[in-house]
Design a protein around this ligand. Structure first.
Ligand code: GLN
Length: 273
């Protein structure tokens, strides 16, 4: 059958914009995104049409594009994501920038821990820069760990990765030069937008005040950091003071703002610098 692109784009349901439609067409019909700007009609099969309509329907029900197509770009790479993992978010990319700043020598062999790794996007993005380093990816969810394993393999990084099923530090062994962590920090009763509700609640909600995970992580961090080690920790809106208070035996080195000007990442160390 012949798909009239102009007709399709002018009859999209609410919540589905043109860019979404292009991404879904690219995904279902395997057509290069740029090419779509020059095509008026496409010959497609009935199955392809049905698949495209199904995807457009899901998007109109607020499912994020990343959850429909099953991957999202983060820093330099593309990561598989599912309903068992938090979709990689642009503000989290700031951790990678800070890591590169605090460890300027990329040849140094670091041992890195991604605590609550989800897709593994933070740790794996870093490991991709530090060719002599190793990464432990830790998560409480078996399903998230298998997504992280897929991503490690897909990026050819799996031979420098290990995987640990654990609730925060409970079953983590050893000491690390750096720990990266984006824990759940949304307050339990916070009214999240509908797109976010496709992410797993365990990766989003951090108890009544959103601080539960920090209370489980920060008092034990010192034991797991090597001398001159750093913790790079993501926080939610307005949480920096409370989080620094919980981290009373760590030194706050930097509180970095995201592109919206919100305090987003705290760098902690066990030694003042
Ligand atoms: N930044 C995410 C959101 O508000 C939450 C991620 C998290 O809890 N770590 O959608």
């Amino acid at each position: 059958m012949l798909l009239d692109l102009k007709y399709l784009l002018s009859h999209l349901p609410p919540n589905v914009d043109k860019r979404d439609a292009f991404l879904l067409i690219q995904y279902t019909l395997k057509i290069n995104y740029e090419k779509l700007f020059f095509i008026k009609e496409i010959e497609i099969t009935v199955q392809e049409f049905d698949k495209l309509m199904e995807c457009i329907q899901l998007r109109s029900e607020h499912m994020p594009i990343a959850k429909i197509i099953g991957h999202k770009s983060f820093y330099n790479n593309e990561f598989k994501t599912t309903t068992d993992t938090l979709d990689p978010r642009p503000e989290t990319e700031l951790i990678i920038d800070l890591f590169l700043k605090y460890f300027p020598n990329r040849a140094v062999p670091l041992s890195i821990l991604d605590l609550g790794c989800g897709t593994g996007c933070i740790g794996l993005s870093i490991l991709d820069f530090y060719k002599n380093s190793t990464l432990c990816l830790a998560d409480i969810s078996d399903k998230a760990l298998s997504v992280a394993k897929y991503n490690a393999k897909n990026l050819n990084l799996e031979n420098r990765c290990s995987f640990t099923k654990t609730s925060w530090f409970n079953d983590v062994k050893g000491k690390f030069n750096a720990i990266v962590c984006n824990p759940p920090y949304v307050e339990d009763n916070y009214d999240l937008d509908r797109d976010t509700l496709y992410d797993p609640p365990i990766a989003l909600f951090g108890g009544k005040d959103g601080l539960d995970a920090y209370k489980k992580i920060l008092p034990y961090t010192k034991q797991f950091l090597c001398d001159k080690g750093f913790l790079f920790l993501e926080i939610g809106l307005g949480q920096s003071e409370a989080v620094c208070r919980i981290a009373e035996d760590l030194d706050t080195i930097e509180i970095a703002k995201d592109l919206q000007g919100i305090n987003r990442i705290i760098v902690f160390s066990i030694n003042s610098i």
